[in-house]
Ligand binder design. Structure first.
Ligand SMILES: Cc1cc2nc3c(=O)[nH]c(=O)nc-3n(C[C@H](O)[C@H](O)[C@H](O)COP(=O)(O)OP(=O)(O)OC[C@H]3O[C@@H](n4cnc5c(N)ncnc54)[C@H](O)[C@@H]3O)c2cc1C
Length: 403
C-alpha cells in the first residue's frame, strides 16, 4: 500500500489497542500521524482473554457496544488448592467479555476517523535517531524504505524491538500465558473463575464465560522452567471442578507473554514507548488495556505537542514519563509487590488466606471496595484492624513484605 506522505509528525508502530489510542490522541492534538502494523489484519491474531473492566472501556472512550461485548460479569469464584471456593460478588457489572478482534478494529477505526493513516503489512525494522528528526525503516511486502518523522511512538507489544533499538531495554519479567476457548458448562455466566496456588505457579488460571456453553480457559505462570501449556493440560485433567465441566476440544487457542514491571525509562530523543512494550500492565491481573490506554492518551498528546513545537528532545518528551507515572506508577509498584508476595506463598498459606477471607464482613468489604484496576483501595480497607483480625497471621506477613 502506498503511503500518502513521506513525512509525518508522529509515526506509531503497532496497531494494537494501545497504538490506536496513542495515534488517535496524537491526531486529535493536531499532528499528522501514520500507524504501521506488521499484520494484514487488525485485531488478529488475538493474544488476550478479552476481559475488560468497565473503566477500561471508558478509558478507551468507547461504549460497551453489542458489536464487541459478548458477556458481562460481576464477580469471581476463587478456587484454592484445598478448601471452599471464595465467592466475590461485585453486585453490578464490573467487566465485559469482548471480542478483541472487533474491539481492536473499533479503536483503529476511531483513529482513522481522527485522520490517522493506517498502513497494514508494514513492519518497522529499525530506527535512525537524532534530536530533531527520526527515520523509521519499514518493510512492505519485501520492499524497504524510510519514513521521516519527528516522534516515534513504539506500541509494538511485549517483544518490542523499538524499545531495544532505542536503547531503552526490554521489560524484565514476562509471564507465559496460554488460553483455549471451548465447550465448558459454566457454573454462572455472571462470574469468572480463578484458580490459585501451585496449580498455576506464580500467577493464576481462569475461566471466563463467553456464554453458558463456551468459556475461555487459560493460565499464566511465572515459573521459569515450566511450560504454560503443560500446566494448563495438567490442570484440566486434575482439577475436578474443571474436568467435570470441560470435555476436551477447543475452538481457539491463544498464547502470549504478559510483561510486568514497567521499563525504568520510557522516552528518549524522538521516541516514546507505550503499552505492553513499556510493561504498563497490572501485575496482579495481567490486564494491560486499562493501564495502557491511560498512558497511550498521554503519549499521543505529548508527542503531538512536542512535534508541533519542534522540540522532540528527550527532555521535552520526559513529560510523558512523568505524567503516566503520576497516574499509575504507585499502583503498578504496589501491584508488583503483591505479585511477589502472592507468588511466594506456599499452597497451605494461600489456602489459609482464601479460607480466612470467606467471612461475611470481609466479603462485604470486597464487594464495596474491590476494584480490579486499583487493588490498593481494597488492601487498605482489609488492613483495617476490624477486618484483619481473622486475616491477622497472613496479613502480618503481607504487611511486612509488601508495605
Ligand atoms: C493470555 C493473555 C490474556 C490476556 N488477557 C487480558 C485481559 O483479559 N484483559 C486485559 O486488559 N489484558 C489482557 N492481556 C494483556 C493484553 O492483551 C495486552 O496488555 C494488550 O494487548 C496490549 O496492547 P498493545 O497495543 O500494547 O500491544 P499488542 O496488543 O500486542 O499490539 C502490538 C501490535 O504491534 C504490532 N507490531 C509488533 N511489532 C511490530 C513492528 N515491528 N512493526 C509493525 N507492527 C508491529 C503487532 O502485530 C501488534 O498488532 C492478556 C494477555 C495474554 C497474553
Amino acid at each position: 500500500m502506498n503511503l500518502n506522505k513521506k513525512e509525518y509528525d508522529v509515526v506509531v508502530v503497532g496497531a494494537g489497542p494501545i497504538g490506536s489510542t496513542a495515534a488517535r490522541y496524537a491526531a486529535k492534538n493536531g499532528a499528522s500521524v501514520l500507524m504501521v502494523e506488521d499484520h494484514g489484519s487488525i485485531g488478529s491474531p488475538v493474544g488476550c482473554t478479552g476481559l475488560l473492566s468497565t473503566r477500561a472501556l471508558s478509558e478507551c472512550d468507547v461504549e460497551p457496544s453489542e458489536t464487541f461485548v459478548l458477556n458481562k460479569v460481576r464477580g469471581a469464584f476463587v478456587h484454592p488448592m484445598n478448601g471452599e471456593e471464595l465467592p466475590i460478588d461485585g453486585k453490578e457489572t464490573k467487566a465485559y467479555v469482548v471480542s478483541r478482534k472487533i474491539f481492536d478494529r473499533t479503536l483503529a477505526n476511531m483513529a482513522a476517523k481522527e485522520g490517522v493513516e493506517i498502513s497494514l503489512k508494514t513492519r518497522a525494522t529499525g530506527i535512525e535517531k537524532n534530536i530533531r528528526e527520526q527515520y523509521v525503516q519499514i518493510t512492505q511486502e519485501g520492499v524497504e524504505r524510510k519514513i521521516r518523522t519527528k516522534v516515534i511512538i513504539a506500541a509494538d507489544g511485549v517483544r518490542s524491538n523499538i524499545a531495544k533499538i532505542a536503547g531503552l531495554g526490554q521489560v524484565d519479567k514476562v509471564l507465559s500465558g496460554i488460553q483455549i476457548e471451548g465447550a465448558y458448562q459454566s457454573h454462572d455466566t455472571d462470574f469468572v473463575e480463578l484458580f490459585v496456588g501451585s496449580q498455576a505457579p506464580g500467577f493464576f488460571a481462569w475461566t471466563v464465560p463467553v456464554s453458558e456453553e463456551i468459556s475461555r480457559i487459560g493460565i499464566a505462570i511465572d515459573a521459569g522452567q515450566k511450560s504454560a501449556q503443560e500446566c494448563l493440560e495438567n490442570l484440566l485433567k486434575t482439577n475436578k471442578h474443571l474436568s467435570s465441566r470441560y470435555n476436551g476440544g477447543n475452538l481457539d487457542i491463544v498464547m502470549g507473554g504478559i510483561p510486568i514491571g514497567p521499563l525504568d525509562n520510557t522516552y528518549s530523543d524522538g521516541v516514546l514507548i507505550v503499552g505492553d512494550a513499556a510493561g504498563q500492565v497490572k501485575p496482579t491481573s495481567g490486564g494491560g488495556i486499562y493501564t495502557g490506554a491511560i498512558c497511550a492518551k498521554i503519549a499521543g498528546e505529548v508527542a503531538a505537542m512536542a512535534a508541533l513545537e519542534n522540540d522532540t528532545t528527550a527532555m521535552r518528551l520526559s513529560e510523558y514519563d512523568r505524567r503516566w507515572r503520576a497516574e499509575i506508577g504507585k499502583e503498578l509498584a504496589l501491584g508488583m509487590r503483591i505479585h511477589k508476595f502472592i507468588g511466594g506463598l506456599k499452597d497451605e498459606e494461600m489456602d489459609e488466606l482464601i479460607n480466612s477471607m470467606n467471612e461475611p464482613q470481609i466479603l462485604d468489604t470486597i464487594t464495596i471496595y474491590g476494584d480490579m484496576d486499583h487493588p490498593s483501595i481494597l488492601i487498605k480497607k482489609l488492613l483495617n484492624p476490624a477486618n484483619s483480625r481473622s486475616l491477622f497471621r497472613i496479613f502480618r506477613a503481607f504487611a511486612k513484605s509488601v508495605l
